[in-house]
Ligand binder design. Structure first.
Ligand code: TXA
Ligand code: MG
Length: 335
């Protein structure tokens, strides 16, 4: 049985001290970060990390990032860090940014999928930061979801899947950003984005002078991601009215379609089952709500979920990456 700790309203430092020490002692803890919830333990202990793989049903080939509290901690985990890599960490730590570096021997092979690299991220969430501080070790923490499913951004979305599988669940309320970090690896002096996230290509380019967006090169790229129980379709393009008429046309073919749209556009779909992700002009709001709202749609058990896409500007790129994955690459581009 796990212990539930409610820190939604206020942080209780004594509890975080106890749980931080428990993490060092190889306990399994679900906790908030600013991106999505993580399921973590002592990242330097192979036996502990094995439990994370077991709880998630994760493929051992898929490496886990280490959450750190400082660049000094990174130096103990990684080697041959280049000036550009330091510059990127200084610009984007703490934050939704994971950097893939060459690993030191201290990092267990189970963390890195037997590769010679390690992913490091410094979370920008006080609960996560305190846990790392009190643990005194990096925390190996993938997203808190069963492998291949949607990441969890609210504790309610996580409880059922991990009941009796972890030692503690810390509830810190809804994740601020709602989308997993941008993953970057510097190759031949150029940052490559392996997974888009809330740190945008434009931001990385402004620090590094150059950036390459490369979405299909993660160790997990051939694994299933963001699978939901319903059939789902992404419809996008430039012309809002044409998109709306396409979505209406498709929805008529189904008995129980659910349409996922934005507050400005929902009036296009009167008489339908509609879920709004927020304002289409507020990408942060969309990102924050996305996984939770799609879970809500899935719970209605519809014949199809039709999702209206957005433009790939700024964090729109990362949002569309998740939506496309959720739809299993099933999309219509309306011209
Ligand atoms: O925002 C986040 O990054 C969240 C929070 C909890 O920190 N974590 C997260 O972890 O999204 P996860 O395991 O769900 O996704 C991490 C991705 C995986 O696709 C994994 O393959 C990749 O990072 N990864 C981890 N270590 C790597 C490495 N050494 N080289 C390349 N990719 C790596
Ligand atoms: Mg994940």
């Amino acid at each position: 049985m796990e212990t539930y700790i409610n820190l939604k309203e206020k942080i209780e430092e004594e509890k975080l001290e106890i749980i931080g020490k428990e993490i060092k002692n190889r306990k399994l803890v679900i906790f908030p970060t600013e991106t999505v919830y993580g399921i973590g333990t002592n990242g330097l202990n192979p036996e502990a990390v094995k439990k994370v793989f077991a709880a998630k049903g994760r493929d051992f080939k898929n490496p886990i990032n280490l959450l750190v509290g400082s660049i000094d901690m990174v130096k103990k985990l990684a080697k041959d860090i280049s000036p550009l890599e330091y510059k990127l960490m200084e610009a984007f730590f703490p934050g939704p940014f994971t950097l893939i570096l060459k690993k030191q021997d201290i990092v267990p092979n189970i963390v890195t999928g037997n590769s010679d690299t390690v992913g490091v991220r410094m979370p920008n969430n006080i609960i996560a930061q305190k846990l790392i501080e009190y643990a005194g070790v990096p925390i190996a923490a993938p997203s808190a979801n069963i492998s291949g499913k949607l990441s969890g951004t609210k504790s309610e979305d996580i409880f059922d899947d991990f009941e009796n599988k972890v030692d503690y669940i810390i509830d810190g309320g809804q994740s601020d950003l709602g989308m997993e970090s941008t993953i970057v690896k510097v190759i031949d002096g150029i940052p490559h984005i392996l997974r888009p996230g809330s740190i945008t290509p434009e931001q990385i380019k402004s620090i590094a002078g150059d950036v390459i967006i490369e979405n299909k090169n993660l160790p997990s790229s051939n694994l299933k991601h963001y699978q939901i129980n319903s059939k789902a379709l992404l419809v996008y393009g430039k012309d809002m009215l044409k998109i709306a008429s396409k979505i209406k046309e498709i929805s008529l073919k189904y008995d129980f379609p659910v349409i996922i749209t934005y507050s400005e556009n929902s009036s296009n779909y009167k008489s339908s089952n509609i879920i709004e992700l927020g304002s289409k002009y507020n990408l942060e709001e969309i990102s924050k709500n996305m996984f939770n709202k799609i879970r809500q749609a899935e719970l209605l058990n519809p014949d199809i979920i039709i999702i209206e896409g957005i433009e790939k500007n700024g964090i729109g790129l990362a949002i569309m990456n998740r939506l496309l994955n959720i739809c299993n690459n099933n999309f219509i581009l309306v011209k």
